[in-house]
Design a protein around this ligand. Structure first.
Ligand code: ADP
Ligand code: MG
Length: 324
């Protein structure tokens, strides 16, 4: 298979068509027509084998995840996704692998009507870079720098599952309980098939003061909001929303490390004034998303995890940092 056969294969399997794509895959560059009166929101993320995903990850899951992690960044900005570019580096021209990868990518792209408009195909160690574009009404994007002292801190869904899934795959945790196979499979599914919170991000444009997606770990990611906003954050450890699968699989002490320090959940963590909590919860419920109040924004800096008595919990492991 040549590079061009692979590109044809990918194009055929990613059939989303949009009127705002004037010229898609096949020329030197794509020509796109952003909707008048909107701002363009653009982001990119790379997944490298052995760093961002284990070599055991299936091609289909990888295709899904490569798009999901990028759409999650658009979700955190409150943007509506539209277009994607895919730069694929492959050790060999493996037709079956590329077909499965494209199917996983296309499955999620179809859910959000994202058109694949171009990319690059090269040979080398397995790696995927995706670029996504979305839109927001002028000055309505969610940012990291808007948290104010007195705001409450929330997170969508449940957290810790993806890190739990990774620990199950690697069987490295000494704290693994004798959980059912179903519970473990549910955690691994959260790791390999994350759901970008697109509708929740859009719903939050009305009420949130700051927002981020949880990719590196709750403490690390909320640390970015704290830093960019010039505030401190206090989290109540016992309020962190927990799935029954995580409860069944890990002892309490390890669970907290996974929930506060583990990444890859792709939930949204956000801040908002207390008096907006009810309307925010209603807006999120309308798009099928739960949210939990987990702490508050305080004067100062950094993120502190507190126990029920108000004492600080210091975790053995923090969030993920490539160069630490
Ligand atoms: P050029 O050499 O001009 O950069 P390429 O031969 O790399 O063009 O790509 C040909 C066309 O196929 C371009 O429109 C490019 O955007 C698209 N393309 C290449 N690789 C991919 C890919 N992995 N996914 C989607 N489109 C791709
Ligand atoms: Mg090229």
């Amino acid at each position: 298979m040549s590079e061009f056969d692979l590109i044809d294969l990918i194009r055929a399997r990613c059939p989303i068509d949009r009127a705002d794509v004037r010229l898609g895959i096949g020329d030197d560059a794509a020509i796109l027509a952003p909707p008048p009166g909107h701002e363009l929101v653009v982001t990119t993320d790379t997944l490298i084998e052995g760093v961002h995903f284990p070599a055991s990850t299936g091609a289909r899951d990888l295709g899904w995840k490569a798009l999901a992690v990028n759409l999650s960044d658009l979700a955190a900005m409150g943007a509506t996704p539209a277009w994607a570019l895919l730069a694929l580096t492959l050790p060999q021209a493996d037709r079956a692998f590329v077909a499965d990868f494209a199917d996983g990518f296309a499955e999620l792209a179809a859910q959000h009507r994202v058109a694949l408009v171009g990319g690059d195909t090269t040979s080398g160690p397995l790696g995927v870079t995706v670029v996504v574009h979305g839109f927001v009404p002028p000055e309505r994007a969610l940012r990291r720098d808007g948290a104010r002292v007195g705001d409450q801190v929330f997170v969508t869904g449940v957290i810790g599952d993806a890190a739990g899934g990774l620990a199950c795959l690697e069987r490295r945790s000494p704290y693994l309980l004798e959980a059912s196979a179903d519970a473990r499979a549910a955690l691994i599914e959260r790791l390999e098939r994350p759901t970008p919170r697109i509708a929740a991000g859009i719903a939050l444009r009305d009420g949130a003061t700051a927002c981020i997606d949880v990719s590196d770990g709750l403490l690390a990611d909320l640390g970015h909001i704290a830093e960019r906003s010039g505030v401190g954050i206090e989290l109540d450890a016992w309020k962190l929303p927990t799935s029954s699968a995580l409860l069944a699989t890990f002892e309490e002490s390890e669970r907290l490390v996974l929930q506060a320090g583990g990444g890859d959940d792709y939930e949204l963590a956000f801040t908002a004034p207390l008096d907006r909590a009810t309307s925010i919860e209603r807006d999120l419920a309308r798009v099928g998303c739960g949210a939990t109040r987990i702490g508050s924004v305080v004067a100062g800096r950094g993120v502190r995890l507190l126990d029920a008595g108000g004492g600080e919990i210091v975790l053995a492991r923090g969030g993920w940092n490539h160069f630490a």
